[in-house]
Design a protein around this ligand. Structure first.
Ligand code: ZN
Length: 240
């Protein structure tokens, strides 16, 4: 394997392995990417048709959009969407696109708002963009452009009738956001199944708690370090 971007490869492979443990991959699909250039035109992405749980750092494709390197081997929808976000969204270094169970269930509802009903869901108050115009798989630049326009200054995109995309300046933060997003959706979906009325907190409380989460954002690095420790102990081949 090329040692080029070895650290970035290991980081992204760790996220893929852990997403598999969380049951977040759908079959052998879904894609996660990490930019390795300032302008986002070069990035690592998982190859199509492989279980996250089998992937190693050396399996990740290095795409160069300017030279069309590896685009033939990568999933078309994936490199169009990831490439567009990594190039257009200033803070985007890592993009995770998945169909986790509860976030996807929420995305099937007419109203997929993550209401502030517990401390975790409050983390996402006013931080989520929602796309409600699903029209099929991404097969051209136009759809990738459109989704990027919907995302705008947010870093989480609830993709109606589809799944979620999380964008962050680091792998650790992207995964931490994804993890908590799925937990928030699980709580909300479970609350809906009781048939009882939701107890939604005031916007003041939700805003304050969302800000508290931002002040606590260093915990994303601690979370990532812990999962790396466990992976290093139990499935260290992800780094190869
Ligand atoms: Zn998808």
């Amino acid at each position: 394997m090329s040692n080029e971007f070895a650290d970035e490869r290991a980081d992204l492979a760790a996220v893929l392995r852990w997403a598999a443990r969380e049951g977040m991959q759908e079959a052998a699909g879904n894609h996660c990417s990490l930019s390795v250039s300032e302008n986002g035109n070069q990035f690592l992405i998982n190859p199509d048709g492989k279980y996250f749980s089998n992937l190693k750092a050396s399996d990740l494709l290095l795409i160069n959009l300017d030279e069309h390197t590896s685009t033939q081997q990568a999933n078309l929808s994936a490199w169009l969407l990831h490439g567009q976000i990594l190039q257009r969204v200033e803070s985007a270094k890592c993009v995770l696109h998945l169909h986790p169970k509860y976030a996807t269930v929420l995305a099937t509802l007419l109203d997929s708002t993550i209401y502030p009903v517990d401390q975790v869901s409050m983390r996402f108050y006013n931080r989520v963009a929602t796309d409600s115009e699903y029209s099929g798989m991404i097969v051209d630049q136009t759809e990738a452009d459109r989704l990027c326009d919907v995302l705008r200054d947010k870093n989480i995109l609830m993709m109606g009738n589809h799944g979620v995309t999380v964008v962050a300046p680091s792998v650790a933060l992207a995964f931490d956001e994804l993890y908590h997003l799925e937990r928030a959706c699980e709580t909300l979906v479970t609350a809906y199944t009781t048939g009882k009325e939701l107890k939604i907190v005031s916007s003041d409380v939700a805003n304050r708690t969302a800000q508290d989460w931002q002040d606590f954002i260093y915990s994303a690095e601690l979370h990532f370090a812990e999962l790396r420790k466990k992976l290093n102990r139990e499935e260290a081949d992800y780094c190869r």
